[in-house]
Design a binder for this molecule. Structure first.
Ligand SMILES: Cc1cc2nc3c(=O)[nH]c(=O)nc-3n(C[C@H](O)[C@H](O)[C@H](O)COP(=O)(O)OP(=O)(O)OC[C@H]3O[C@@H](n4cnc5c(N)ncnc54)[C@H](O)[C@@H]3O)c2cc1C
Length: 353
């Protein structure tokens, strides 16, 4: 009888894994993917929704379309991971598995704070921000990172540069001040100082004011951001939420005390057989980016039985990969598009600027 491989999460990691497994497993095996949402959201496209360069439908795909490949799609909320029974509890009942792939992404820590902060990290927030930017003609825009870690480590910078380019196109840039606030001690803290300096140069050339090493405490009366060293007034606030490990995993035996999955750095030795974990290993403090996830999805190839031949050149986030600050990065990322059948994956910051 065939085995069941259950994939939790229909984001980048889950979809790539589904594509690969559907191709390589015997037809007698069953591959099923569970997600709470009926659509896959290509998160790397959200910054382009903010500035009107993409519509929501350009960056979403129905997860039902995986059925064409032979991957069954189950729409359900994953509630609990029960490894001792090789089962998962969902709001639609229990699902059992022979092999499990966990790709539930990272969860936003939303403070019940003021609604006047726009969150470009979800589709609705990105759309609302796009509408607000279309009306905005002068004043101070403050983009802040509310806490570490957060995924899409370059996305906040990309959004700042796209917003700058957006107002230049509209001929309004000189009436608008853009301030970027981060708790990081330097820009792109997880990368080498070379990239910090290079990015600072790009942003300053564009007239974006940078405040590093600032903790954001709250937003006072919707008109000024309370920082560790004083208040920062503004007219439009864009906030990047802090993230944490997904709730079904937090507190389970495969999570560390801070709620993130413990993943062995070598792709072929998962911590908790037969569950494999994509996506939750933090890369120098950040959840993995999609571009690092892609090799992980591919390395799943030998997972359910068969020989587990190491794939040369495939490493997890230990690799000192070049950041997408150049065309070279872009070409590499293109492979994900082919693999997952998705849209363009990853862009170059220089391009945004
Ligand atoms: C604004 C932004 C821009 C980015 N830009 C880039 C970029 O340019 N290049 C790059 O490489 N990376 C980028 N990233 C990062 C990249 O999008 C993520 O690394 C990638 O999406 C992570 O994939 P994942 O499969 O782990 O999680 P996700 O893509 O977040 O998918 C997780 C899935 O699990 C589902 N899920 C979660 N919890 C449950 C539950 N309890 N029950 C059921 N379903 C659940 C969710 O609905 C979701 O579909 C960006 C991220 C953001 C937010």
């Amino acid at each position: 009888m065939g085995r069941t491989v259950l994939i939790l999460g229909g984001g980048t990691g889950g979809v790539v894994a589904g594509h690969v497994l559907a191709k390589v497993l015997p037809k007698t095996d069953r591959v099923a993917l569970v997600d709470r949402s009926a659509v896959h959201l290509f998160r790397a496209g959200l910054p382009l929704v903010v500035t009107g360069r993409r519509r929501p439908e350009d960056i979403s795909r129905s997860l039902d379309s995986l059925e064409k490949l032979g991957v069954q799609f189950i729409q359900a909320e994953v509630e609990e991971f029960i490894p001792e029974n090789k089962a998962v509890r969902t709001d639609q009942g229990f699902l059992s598995y022979d092999s499990l792939i966990i790709a539930l992404g990272a969860e936003q820590e939303l403070s019940p704070g003021p609604s006047s902060v726009y969150n470009p990290y979800d589709l609705q927030g990105a759309q609302q921000l796009a509408q607000e930017l279309a009306k905005f003609r002068q004043g101070e825009i403050v983009l802040f990172i509310s806490g570490l870690p957060f995924p899409g480590a370059i996305a906040p910078y990309e959004i700042a540069l796209l917003v700058d380019a957006y107002f230049r196109r509209r001929g309004l840039r000189r009436k608008i001040r853009i301030t970027f606030v981060t708790p990081e001690s330097r820009l792109l803290e997880f990368a080498s100082p070379y990239y910090s300096k290079k990015l600072r140069g790009i942003m300053e050339k564009r007239g974006i004011r940078i405040l590093t090493g600032r903790q954001v405490h709250s937003l006072a009366k919707g008109s000024s951001l309370v920082l560790s060293d004083g208040d920062l007034p503004g007219d439009l606030f864009i906030g990047i939420p802090r993230h944490r490990g997904p709730s079904p995993i937090r507190g389970s035996i495969i999570a560390d005390p801070s709620g993130w999955l413990i993943v062995d750095p070598t792709p072929h030795t998962p911590v908790h057989q037969p569950a494999r974990c994509l996506c939750h290993r933090r890369c120098r403090g950040h959840p993995l980016s999609g571009r690092n996830l892609h090799p992980q999805g591919r390395v799943l190839r030998p997972l359910p039985g068969g020989s587990s031949r190491p794939q040369p050149g495939v490493e997890l986030c230990e690799q000192k990969a070049p950041l997408p600050l150049c065309g070279r990065g872009q070409r590499r990322l293109h492979a994900c598009q082919l693999q997952a059948g998705l849209l363009c994956f990853g862009r170059c910051l220089c391009h945004a600027a």
